[in-house]
Ligand binder design. Sequence first.
Ligand SMILES: Cc1cc2c(cc1C)N(C[C@H](O)[C@H](O)[C@H](O)COP(=O)(O)O)c1[nH]c(=O)[nH]c(=O)c1N2
Length: 214
Amino acid sequence: MDFSPEEREAIYRVIRARRDIRRFTPQPIPEEALARILEAAHHAPSVGFKQPWNFILITSEKIRRRIKQGFERVNAEELARLEADERKELYSRLKLEGIMESPLNIAVTCDRRRDAPFVLGQRPMPDTDVYSTCLAVQNMWLAARAEGIGLGWVSILDTKETESILGLPDHVQLVAYLCIGYPVEFQSEPMLQQTGWKSRLDLNRLIYRDTWGN
Ligand SMILES: Cc1cc2c(cc1C)N(C[C@H](O)[C@H](O)[C@H](O)COP(=O)(O)O)c1[nH]c(=O)[nH]c(=O)c1N2
């Protein structure tokens, strides 16, 4: 066996203990830990080994303030989409980002043109470079958790506006806007489950054999 039972258990433990983090302490991330987390991202699988990702490390208060303003606006739009009931009231109380508190924000992007025109495996499924970038994000998320560092994904943003704030060229797409730092705590279950917004689905009901349905 390549991995001892303890090592295997550690992987599953990291997967289960990973959380989306929205509350951070101001403690900076050590450079070496950040390097390991980015290295983990860079070892993700990618279509045709395209490695379509870039990582924009954002500490500028001015840029983060603009991103946060965008979040506030889009979040208000989301709130407005909900009927005036308990769910709306709950939504209004949820903390859904840590843009200003976290010591670092990272925008993970996908260069749609990298290696053009021939990327092995991409033409039949054109979005596979974006999927590959998501896998890099998941590697970061797990590596960060193993380091005791928290990561939160913020998608309550206007994509075009955020891409423009970050100065992305047209062929580079924003995939993930991340907040990263030491968390106030790692909770044992998702915050959305804890607050009663939504529970984890029963896995057995999600597995089909051979074709859709049973
Ligand atoms: C693509 C994508 C986008 C978002 C998220 C995740 C992913 C994968 N999540 C986090 C999400 O709510 C969280 O993963 C689930 O609630 C499950 O909780 P744990 O990640 O297990 O803690 C998230 N959370 C949040 O507070 N604000 C957000 O804008 C988003 N956006």
